[in-house]
Write a protein that binds this ligand. Structure first.
Ligand code: AMP
Length: 549
C-alpha cells in the first residue's frame, strides 16, 4: 500500500544550477582555449576562457564596489566580443541581471526598453557612442555609462558620467568570491522584437539558462564538441546569441566573435583565418556569405556545419550550402520566449537511405523537438489536433526554459492549462518534426483555406530571377484575401512576368496559392533582428488593388 506521508526524498546533493559554473568549468579545464574577437576598434583580439574569467572577476569587483546589488539591471548595447562575454558572466554572477539591448532599434524603442527595464548602468560599444549621447537625457534610471574600450579610444561625444571599461576594471582584483544563491534567480533579460505591440521583457533565470545550455550541446541539438570552433553570428543582443556564450564553455569549444562586421566578405575572412567549423545565424546573413563563397569559389577553411534559424531556411539556401559548398545545414527554430531553442533539424537514421529529393521535405522542416521542450498543435477552437505532420494549427510549447510571465506583467503569459502560445502556425509529426507554415498573423485566409505566406515565399525564391520575396494578403471581395507577391530581383536577370512566375510556382504549390499580383521593389523592410517586416508591408500596400481576374 502507498504510504500516506511525505514522499521519500532522493539523497543526492542539492546544488543550484548557476551560470558562473559554466565559465568556471571552462576556465579550469579549457583555460587555454581561445576566444577570438573582431574588436569594434578594428583589430582581431585573442584571449582565452581563463583570461575572460579573470577579467569577469575584475568586472564583478568593480560592479559590486559601485553598488550594483541583487536584481539590479545592467544594460549592454554591444556586438559579439570577448568584452560582452565578460559582462554576461560578471553581471549574472553577482546576482544582477544582464539586460542585452538590441542596438539596431530606433531611439524611441531604445528609450522605452531601457526605461522599462530600469537599467542602472549602460555599457556600450564605441560605435554606439553617438546614439547613447543622443538618448542619454531621456534615460530616467541610468546613472552611469561605460564605453567598452580603453581610455585611449574615448569617443568625442559621450554622456558626462562615462568611464572607459578598461579604466573601470583596471585596478580591480582578479579574484572574486562568487556568491551561491537560488537557481531561480533572474540572470539576464531580452526584449521581444515587438512586432505585435510594445516589446516585452523576457527574464531568464540561472536555472533556465544552464538547462538550455546543457540541452544545446546534445548531439541532436547543436552537437557542440571540444574540437569545434564556434561562430555565433546571431547577436548577443538577440536571445543571448541563441545561448552559445553559455553552451560553448560546456563543450570547451573555442569561440569566434564577429564584432560589428557581418557582411559576407568579412565573415568569410574571419572564418577562413580561424577555421570556424560551426556557425549560427539568420538566413539574410547567410545569403551574404554564400554570395562571397560563390565569388571566391570555395568555402572558408574548416567550415562544416551551419545552423539557420530566426526565419525559414528555404530549399535554395540549403542546396547552396550543401551541394555547392559541402557545408551541412541544420534548420532550427525558437523564440526569445524560449531561450530560444525549441527544435533543430537532424535526420533520424530511418531517413538516411532516402534520396536527397525524398529527404528535402524533412530537411526544410524547422526541426526535431529537443528533449526539455514539449509541444502541441491546437485548432482555432482550442482542441488539440493529432501529431500527423499534416494538420496545422497554433503551436503551443512548455518547458523549463520557456517564459511564464513577461517582466512587470500582471498576469502569466500562459494558457489556463499552462502552455505558451507561440503565435506560429505549424504541423508536428509522430517523429517530433515540427514545420512552421506561418505566423498566425501572416497567414492568408482565402476562400476558407489557409495560404502559407512562408511556403509561397520559399517557393518563389527558388526562381533564378528572385532574390528575396515577401507575400502578404490583400482583401478580396469574393475570397476574403488573396496573395500579393513582393520581390527583390536577382542582379543581372531578366524580370519575369506574373504569368511566368505563376507557371514556375504551379508545380510547387497548390493552385489556390498562386499569387494574384506581383510587385518588384529595390529592398524589403527588415526589422532589428533581420526578419521581413510584414506589418510595414501591409501598411505600405494598404488599399492596393488586385488586377481583375
Ligand atoms: P524572435 O523571438 O525574434 O527570435 O522571433 C521568434 C519567431 O521567429 C518565431 O516565433 C517564428 O515566427 C520565427 N522563426 C524563428 N525561427 C524560424 C524558422 N526556422 N523558420 C520560420 N520562422 C522562424
Amino acid at each position: 500500500m502507498a504510504s500516506m506521508g511525505d514522499p521519500m526524498q532522493g539523497l543526492m546533493m542539492d546544488m543550484p544550477l548557476l551560470i558562473t559554473s559554466l565559465i568556471q568549468f571552462a576556465a579550469q579545464y579549457h583555460g587555454d582555449t581561445e576566444i577570438v574577437s573582431r574588436s569594434v576598434e578594428g583589430p582581431v583580439r585573442r584571449t582565452t576562457y581563463r583570461q575572460v574569467f579573470a577579467r569577469a572577476q575584475k568586472l564583478a569587483n568593480a560592479l559590486t564596489a559601485y553598488g550594483i546589488q541583487s536584481g539590479d539591471r545592467v544594460a549592454t548595447l554591444a556586438w559579439n566580443t570577448d568584452l560582452h562575454l565578460e559582462l554576461y558572466y560578471a553581471v549574472s554572477g553577482i546576482e544582477a541581471v544582464c539586460h542585452t539591448v538590441n542596438l539596431r532599434l530606433s531611439d524611441e524603442e531604445l528609450i522605452y526598453i531601457i526605461n522599462h527595464a530600469e537599467d542602472r548602468i549602460l555599457f556600450f560599444d564605441l560605435d554606439l557612442a553617438e546614439t547613447v549621447d543622443r538618448i542619454a537625457s531621456k534615460l530616467t534610471t541610468v546613472e552611469r555609462y561605460v564605453v567598452m574600450t580603453g581610455p585611449d579610444h574615448m569617443p568625442a561625444r559621450i554622456p558626462d558620467n562615462t568611464v572607459a571599461y578598461e579604466t573601470l576594471i583596471g585596478e580591480e582584483s582578479e579574484r572574486f568570491a562568487w556568491p551561491t544563491f537560488n537557481e531561480n534567480t533572474a540572470a539576464s533579460m531580452c526584449y521581444t522584437s515587438g512586432t505585435t505591440g510594445k516589446p516585452k521583457g523576457v527574464l531568464y533565470s540561472h536555472r533556465s539558462t544552464v538547462l538550455h545550455a546543457m540541452a544545446s550541446c546534445y548531439a541532436s541539438t547543436l552537437d557542440l564538441r571540444t574540437h569545434d570552433v564556434v561562430l555565433p553570428v546571431v547577436p548577443m543582443f538577440h536571445v543571448n546569441a541563441w545561448g552559445v556564450p553559455y553552451s560553448a564553455p560546456i563543450a570547451g569549444a573555442p569561440l569566434v566573435m564577429p564584432g560589428p562586421k557581418l557582411d559576407g566578405e568579412n565573415l568569410f575572412n574571419l572564418m577562413d583565418a580561424e577555421g570556424v567549423s560551426i556557425a549560427l545565424g539568420v538566413p539574410t546573413v547567410w545569403m551574404g556569405l554564400l554570395d562571397h563563397m560563390d565569388a571566391v569559389g570555395r568555402k572558408p577553411n574548416g567550415f562544416d556545419r551551419v545552423i539557420i534559424g530566426g526565419a525559414a531556411a528555404s530549399e535554395t539556401i540549403i542546396d547552396r550550402f550543401e551541394l555547392d559548398h559541402g557545408v551541412k545545414v541544420h534548420h532550427a527554430w525558437g523564440m526569445t520566449e524560449m531561450s530560444p531553442i525549441g527544435v533543430v533539424n537532424t535526420l533520424k537514421p530511418k531517413f538516411s537511405d532516402m534520396s536527397r529529393k525524398e529527404q528535402m521535405p524533412i530537411k526544410v522542416k524547422q526541426g526535431r523537438i529537443v528533449y526539455g521542450v514539449d509541444m502541441r498543435i491546437v485548432d482555432d477552437a482550442g482542441s488539440v489536433i493529432p501529431n500527423d505532420g499534416q494538420s496545422s494549427g497554433r503551436l503551443h510549447v512548455r518547458g523549463p526554459w520557456i517564459v511564464d510571465t513577461y517582466f512587470k506583467a500582471d498576469e502569466s503569459a500562459l494558457t489556463e492549462d499552462g502552455w505558451f502560445d507561440t503565435g506560429d502556425i505549424a504541423t508536428l509529426d509522430a517523429d517530433g518534426y515540427m514545420h512552421i507554415t506561418d505566423r498566425a498573423k501572416d497567414i492568408i485566409k482565402s476562400g476558407g483555406e489557409w495560404i502559407s505566406s512562408v511556403g509561397l515565399e520559399n517557393a518563389a525564391i527558388a526562381h533564378p530571377a528572385i532574390k528575396l520575396a515577401a507575400v502578404i494578403g490583400i482583401p478580396h471581395p469574393k475570397w476574403q484575401e488573396r496573395p500579393l507577391l513582393i520581390c527583390v530581383a536577382e542582379e543581372g536577370e531578366e524580370l519575369p512576368s506574373l504569368a511566368q512566375v505563376k507557371t514556375f510556382l504551379s508545380d510547387q504549390v497548390p493552385k489556390l496559392w498562386l499569387p494574384d499580383a506581383l510587385e518588384w521593389v529595390d529592398e524589403l523592410p527588415l526589422g532589428a533582428t533581420g526578419k521581413i517586416l510584414k506589418a510595414d508591408l501591409r501598411s505600405s500596400y494598404a488599399g492596393y488593388t488586385l488586377p481583375e481576374k
